[in-house]
Write a protein that binds this ligand. Structure first.
Ligand code: NAD
Ligand code: MG
Length: 394
């Protein structure tokens, strides 16, 4: 494998640290150009000492100053930069071959697009950027020759189950994409029980250990909704070509059904190091540190339909994807505002879909032709969602 020079955006998070754990096993194959994060100076300091990147970026100015002083005292040559533009710069830097997009939320949009426009190999975990700008991102990738490798476990699984070509995947003979979902911590709960769930309960995912935003998204099934939209863009299919299956064991990470009746599935432990290692090394394979599945200790693998009545976020995502244009960006923005409010204890669990539906029906949906249009749709949707949340709270 040709050595890769990597920028890890969101290096202190769940995906960021799992990525670095895979890199640790292959020091000869990868070097780190940059590490970027929001504000955890102490964590980024430790990472800089270990990986000696050329550049470290923090968004928070105070945290960047603290990191700069600490690295100087430790005689570490890493240059510390601050702000979103610096994240964009390390995503498009000439020496970089590979960008790991693992910032959470819309905050990752500009750097993800910059990596794509610069023709990098993109390891895409930041699904929100694809949800917001799917057509733009995929067309820019085509124009620049950027290889977009899905890190999201389901999409990485689907990629593995599709016919492969030298430059990616092919859709020959594909009948349907079967996108699996764990169902989250509230599977089979009644609406009455859901009306009083706490952030602490939502933050306890049954199978995966992840950052707080995606964990809440998993509990509302919005995560699966965002993933539906993600799948449509990554694999050039429509919402009707994707079926969501609740599979509580999280062993089958997704499947592809073919016209001849065959179904191909990818299985593994619920550990993100597997899709990260695959996305780093494809078309080759490298060791990830994840143990193989032990089929003799696996119990039943079960599948059921999602409950769209108790979890309307998934329905809203299907509707937004079918509406097209800026609707997915509006869905995403309203959801980000809602998740933050829910984690702060400002809104009840069942008011999340209510607020997102309200926002979708009150925002003007236009074609998502360019970045300014998408960002404007995102800003307006946040205003509408905040106004609605304010009224719900009073
Ligand atoms: P996390 O909260 O653990 O980490 C987020 C990272 O982004 C942190 O390093 C944080 O410092 C950084 N960050 C936040 N705001 C930033 C900003 N404005 N600028 C720069 N950096 C910023 O989140 P996570 O669970 O690692 O998820 C990251 C992304 O990967 C999300 O889009 C999520 O949907 C996706 N994803 C995560 C998992 C998982 O298992 N954790 C699986 C699939 C997809
Ligand atoms: Mg996923």
């Amino acid at each position: 494998m040709t050595p890769q020079v990597i920028s890890v955006l969101g290096s202190t998070g769940s995906i960021g640290t799992s990525t670095l754990a895979v890199l640790d096993r292959h020091p000869e194959a990868f070097s780190v150009h940059a590490l970027a994060a929001h504000s955890r100076a102490d964590d980024l300091f430790e990472q800089c000492l270990k990986y000696q990147p050329d550049v470290a970026v923090l968004i928070c100015e105070d945290a960047a100053a603290k990191l700069r002083a600490a690295l100087k005292a430790a005689d570490c040559a890493t240059v510390v930069k601050c702000g979103e533009q610096a994240v964009v710069e390390v995503a498009e830097a000439e020496s970089v071959t590979t960008v790991v997009a693992a910032i959470v939320g819309a905050a990752g949009l500009r750097s993800t697009l910059a990596a794509v426009a610069a023709g990098k190999r993109l390891l895409l975990a930041n699904k929100e950027s694809l949800v917001m700008s799917g057509d733009l991102l995929m067309s820019q990738a085509k124009a620049s020759g950027s290889l977009v490798m899905p890190v999201d476990s389901e999409h990485n699984a689907i990629f593995q189950c599709l016919p492969q070509t030298e430059t990616g995947i092919d859709l020959a003979g594909v009948e349907k994409i079967l996108l699996t979902a764990s169902g989250g911590p509230f599977r089979n709960w009644t609406k009455e029980a859901l009306s009083v769930v706490t952030p602490q309960q939502a933050l306890k995912h049954p199978n995966w250990s992840m950052g707080p935003k995606i964990t809440v998204d998993s509990s509302t099934l919005m995560n699966k909704g965002l993933e539906l939209i993600e799948a449509c863009h990554l694999f050039s299919v429509s919402a009707d070509d994707v079926q969501v299956l609740v599979h509580p064991q999280s062993v089958v990470h997704s499947m592809v059904a073919y016209t001849d009746g065959s179904v191909i599935a990818q299985l593994g432990r619920p550990d993100m190091r597997t899709p990260i290692a695959h996305a780093l090394s494809w078309p080759q394979r490298i060791e990830s540190g994840v143990q193989a599945l032990d089929f003799l200790t696996l119990s039943n693998l079960t599948f059921e339909a999602p409950d769209l009545d108790c979890f309307p976020c998934l329905r809203l995502a299907f509707e937004a994807q079918r509406a097209g244009g800026t609707a997915p960006a509006v869905l995403n923005a309203a959801n980000e505002v809602c998740v933050e409010a829910f984690l702060d204890g400002r809104v009840a669990f069942l008011q999340l879909p209510e607020t997102i539906e309200y926002t979708l029906s009150h925002a003007k949906i236009t074609p998502a032709a360019d970045l300014p249009t998408i960002i404007e749709a995102d800003n307006t949707a946040r205003e509408i969602a905040r106004e609605k949340l304010g009224r719900l709270a009073s």
